[in-house]
Unconditional design. Structure first.
Length: 589
């Protein structure tokens, strides 16, 4: 049970049996002889006890656990120095580690998501207390049987020995001053974020997001993204290499979920979602599905494609800056303008909305977002979007309210928006308003124009419109157009070659395509010559996905498909074939 140097008695604790051992010491089941309570007693080894830094780090775990006092974190009962060692008494858990569960339950899709959802939920609270775990891995995640919690297991996080605590009243145990220096490398290499290799002292909560991404990848795909026994190889892979496509090991994982996991493994911390966002996504009712292509093709990117949106970082940052000016200033309308197929819708929905929802606004009004496509069902869509955003009256009741007169939208938003919030009404493509019948178009024109007037209306308008429709907007939406001189107008520039290269490499990686470098370069050049650019490029990649094999796709595969333009021609031919001979004759040329 114990080694020759291990005491049988540590203060009031009598050791019963060995539970596990590690580099710094051992963990025993022990009995508190005064109370009769069984505990898990963690003892520092005699060698480690001679190192003041290791002792301080060991006792820091007690400090971190005491600070948390969370049902999803193992509970600390006692800690201190005793003779030549230090001890930490914790609640004695019954169950198994996540590593043991993984070995016995490989391929349990729903169980994996349920457990990671629990982990994310606990970590949201851990981060809210200013603590970064820095060593999330299956061995430090314990599962206790619980029939009331999916998947019949309740998560308990362990081992906060290398956690980063917030500066403040931590005294001599301040981890940023005592334990973790810039050059210190701490953590478990297979699960460490790239920035943790560079400087463990300066990492933030998104380092734990990366570790969660590795755990989730391993649960779903049956392996970690980067697998090597050599630390330097793992360091290089985490810092420079793209993780393999998840569908290679888990073909039934939905494409959108696979793409989201890839964002958790982003090289730059700011490109990863927050832990709260991880919890939200993992709470969705995901189901295994047959292998499908995650690339949207000719369709605009939606908010669910945020992880697939590449090549527009500068434009997303610019648009967020303009919205921030609108949030805190007098400008009430931001409009994105550009040619058809230039990526306006994708920029708004896949680039801007996801980041706006997770934006950390510390001062001033917070955003509430209502998104409407101005189509033949505009009134239904507007009522539904407002009802959802403002958690207000039923959609049917609101439909009547909105038709009451020009000030109806302004009055409704003013009365229903909670104090401290602003409603961002997103209307795109704005030119679809021109397809409404005259009466509806005039009513909406007046409604929007009035909502932009007045003093303290808690509403901002975000629109996207084709540049060649601006003159028609002035003619057919005159009231709204009169507000245009006061709007912030953002002309969306064409995507540069560097952005197109990011699209090619990023989308192919997410879809599990391996393109030879010559093919990737050729696709960028071809896309620059096409008016649509992003939609046609996305469509061509989707066509290549249909041809993909285990090896790399080549220029020959691309030429056989007909290139960027050929992919569209092939789809058109397929549609005509489906119509049959008579349908072909009636189809417009």
């Amino acid at each position: 049970m114990t080694g020759p140097e291990t005491p049988i008695q540590v203060g009031p604790y009598r050791l019963l049996r060995l539970l596990g051992s590690g580099g710094m010491g051992q963990v025993f089941a022990a009995l508190h002889e005064g109370t009769g309570q069984e505990v898990a007693l963690k003892l520092l080894s005699s060698e480690s006890a001679e190192d003041p830094q290791l002792v301080a780090r060991f006792l820091q775990e007690a400090q971190a656990l005491a600070r948390l006092d969370h049902p999803g974190v193992v509970r600390v009962l006692d800690s201190g120095r005793m003779g030549a060692t230090a001890f930490l008494a914790m609640e004695l858990l019954q169950g198994q580690s996540l590593r043991e569960w993984m070995n016995a339950s490989r391929g349990d899709f729903h169980g994996a998501l349920a457990l990671c959802r629990q982990i994310a939920s606990v970590m949201v609270d851990v981060h809210a207390r200013g603590i970064v775990h820095r060593d999330l891995k299956p061995e430090n995640i314990f599962l206790c049987p619980d029939a009331t919690t999916a998947p019949g297991q309740r998560v308990k996080l362990l081992d906060f020995g290398i956690a980063k605590l917030p500066p403040g009243d931590t005294g001599p145990l301040d981890p940023t001053q005592v334990h973790t220096h810039e050059s210190t490398l701490i953590g478990t290499y297979a699960y460490m974020a790239p920035e943790q290799f560079r400087s463990a002292a300066t990492v933030g909560p998104r380092a734990d997001v990366y570790s969660l991404g590795v755990v989730l990848f391993e649960l779903l795909a049956g392996r970690t993204p980067f697998d090597s026994t050599e630390p330097i190889e793992l360091l290089t892979a985490h810092a420079r290499e793209e993780p393999p496509a998840m569908r290679q090991g888990a073909p039934d994982v939905p494409g959108a979920l696979s793409a989201f996991v890839a964002t958790l493994l982003s090289k730059e911390a700011e490109d990863r979602p927050t832990m709260a966002r991880c919890q939200q996504v993992l709470e969705q009712p995901w189901k295994p599905e047959p292998e499908v292509c995650s690339i949207p093709g000719l369709a605009s990117f939606t908010e669910s494609h945020a992880a697939l949106f590449y090549g527009r970082d500068a434009e997303v940052a610019a648009l967020l800056g303009l919205l921030e000016e609108a949030r805190v200033g007098a400008r009430r309308w931001v409009q994105v303008e550009g040619p058809s197929g230039g990526g306006k819708s994708s920029l708004l929905h896949a680039g801007r909305l996801p980041r706006l929802r997770t934006l950390d606004i510390r001062e001033g009004a917070q955003w509430l977002i209502a998104t409407v496509r101005p189509s033949a069902t505009l009134w239904d869509g507007l009522a539904q979007a407002l009802t959802t955003a403002l958690a207000s009256e039923s959609k049917d009741a609101l439909l009547g309210t909105l038709r009451a007169g020009p000030t109806a939208l302004r009055d409704f938003v003013s009365s229903k928006t909670p104090r401290g919030f602003l409603l961002l009404l997103v209307l795109e493509p704005l030119e679809e308003l021109l397809t409404l019948d005259v009466a509806d178009r005039q009513a909406v024109d007046a409604l929007l124009a009035e909502s932009l007037r007045g003093g303290e209306v808690p509403l901002r308008l975000l629109t996207a419109v084709r540049g060649d429709f601006l003159h028609r907007m002035e003619q057919q939406l005159p009231a709204l157009a009169r507000n245009l001189p006061e709007a912030v107008r953002y002309p969306l520039p064409p995507m540069r070659a560097s952005g197109l290269a990011q699209v090619v490499h990023g989308l192919s990686r997410h879809a599990g395509l391996h393109l030879e470098e010559a093919l990737a370069s050729r696709m960028v050049e071809d896309a620059r010559d096409e008016d649509g650019r992003l939609p046609l490029l996305s469509h061509a990649l989707r066509g290549l996905w249909g041809l993909h094999a285990e090896g790399s796709l080549t220029l020959a595969d691309y030429d056989r498909m007909g290139g960027v333009g050929g992919a569209l021609s092939r789809q058109a031919e397929g549609l005509l074939d489906a119509l049959g001979p008579q349908g072909r004759e009636r189809a417009p040329c």
